[in-house]
Ligand binder design. Structure first.
Ligand SMILES: Cc1cc2nc3c(=O)[nH]c(=O)nc-3n(C[C@H](O)[C@H](O)[C@H](O)COP(=O)(O)OP(=O)(O)OC[C@H]3O[C@@H](n4cnc5c(N)ncnc54)[C@H](O)[C@@H]3O)c2cc1C
Length: 377
């Protein structure tokens, strides 16, 4: 690259970090700045473990990035002006960019039914993670996050209960009541073999599964279903649905109904080509004519691709369009079991499935590799 240019990366999650990592040391005079509200990177894919009381490692973002010659700014991005090419930080100062990477990720959707914002907990972001009170827990949403959380809670409570102290055991067993509510069977989108294993493992861990139900309202002490039934709980954890920041929409970029930036085949904004988008906050065409699903498995390669595309254009070459094929979906079922569903290119389940301890080992290995790809190790 030539001239004093500035690349600004918004968001230091899997997508933003893999873009910055790809650019590091290869941009000549061009400065790279990463902006995030957090000072530490926490592996988001382990947040269900944190809720179950396990300690999760944190990485100092400034140290990680500055080691690679990347500037880190800790600030909340409050506005984006794509005409002046500036981003506003904390509502007071602003920085200019020549090229912007928009990788602000996602958070829990707290608007779908009444009471979520007031009474439900979440595992969507590190800031959401809190210790759960003693008593029954209801997990809403039988997607992969809900399954992983229900299994982790049930297993960790069961393990604590094995300590042998009767009083403690009684308390823990009471605490360990985990109910998983979903409109569909847990793992309904997986192959029958994988879905059966999910159900059998959750059941073995003591999770009560209630499928075919819809929550109408979250209450201070449980949830009310659309049929009027109340399921009591000391804590309700909402895992059904994610939302993205409204920054791009407010800035007038071309976005979808959720606020994700619509991108071309090289992940540039359709309306503002000096803005690239990656990860959960981007709408990216995927195989099978479906947008890529929000996942670490898509955030890393899209972030990395954006880094490569920016470098290619800086060297006067038109980048090849982004291509992506799904390979596996890994769902942990506590620390000793998991389902690894092999996938066809278009995200439909293939026949091959790994389960049990082998599955748990593969899942752990993939989470570590993902951390490495984001530059953590
Ligand atoms: C419990 C759990 C388990 C999961 N397990 C898996 C799994 O096994 N496999 C898988 O593929 N996916 C999994 N996911 C999904 C995966 O974590 C996300 O899809 C992935 O983190 C998206 O990466 P990202 O970089 O786009 O966004 P994020 O990881 O959300 O990062 C966005 C960054 O932007 C920052 N940011 C946001 N707004 C602002 C702002 N206004 N100003 C400054 N900074 C801001 C945030 O602080 C954050 O650091 C899981 C998610 C959860 C919650």
């Amino acid at each position: 690259m030539t001239g004093q240019q500035r690349i600004v990366v918004l968001g230091a999650g899997y997508a933003g970090l893999s873009a910055a990592r790809r650019l590091a040391g290869k941009t000549g005079d061009t400065t790279i700045t990463v902006v995030d509200t957090r000072v530490e990177f926490v592996e988001r894919v382990r947040l269900h473990q944190a809720v179950a009381g396990q300690s999760i490692r944190r990485w100092d973002l400034r140290e990680m990035l500055e080691r690679k010659g990347i500037e880190f700014v800790r600030a909340r991005v409050t506005d984006l002006d794509p005409i002046a090419k500036r981003v506003r930080l904390d509502g007071e100062r602003s920085i200019a960019y020549d090229t912007l990477v928009y990788a602000l990720g996602s958070a829990a959707d707290r608007s779908s039914v009444p009471g979520i914002a007031e009474y439900a907990r979440s595992v969507a972001t590190p800031e959401d993670v809190q210790a759960l009170p003693r008593g029954p827990v209801v997990v809403v949403g039988a997607g992969s996050t809900g399954i992983e959380l229900a299994a982790e809670l049930a297993e960790s409570h069961r393990d604590s209960g094995a300590a042998g102290d009767d009083e403690l055991t009684t308390g823990i067993q009471e605490f360990a009541t985990v109910t998983l509510l979903g409109s569909e069977e847990p793992g309904a989108w997986l192959s029958a073999l994988a879905a059966d294993h999910v159900r059998a493992t959750l059941t073995r861990l003591g999770v009560e599964i209630r499928s075919g139900v819809k929550v109408a309202e979250v209450l201070p002490d449980g949830v009310r279903l659309v049929d009027g039934t109340v399921v009591p709980a000391s804590a309700v954890v909402w895992t059904a649905g994610f939302t993205v920041p409204d920054l791009a929409r407010r800035a007038g970029l071309d976005v979808d109904g959720q606020g994700r930036i619509r991108t071309d085949e090289t992940l540039r904004s359709l309306s503002h080509p000096d803005i690239y988008a990656a990860g959960d906050a981007a709408l990216i065409d995927g195989p099978g004519d479906r947008p890529l699903r929000m996942a670490c498995a898509t955030a890393l390669p899209t972030g990395s691709y954006v880094g490569r595309a920016i470098l290619a254009r800086a060297h006067g070459t038109e980048p090849k369009p982004m291509t992506f094929r799904y390979q596996v979906q890994c769902i942990s079922l506590g620390r000793r079991d998991a389902v690894i569903q092999f996938l066809n290119a278009d995200d439909t389940p293939a026949t091959r499935v790994l389960r049990g301890r082998t599955g748990a080992w593969v899942k752990e290995t993939i989470v570590r590799i993902a951390g490495k790809a984001a530059g953590l190790r």
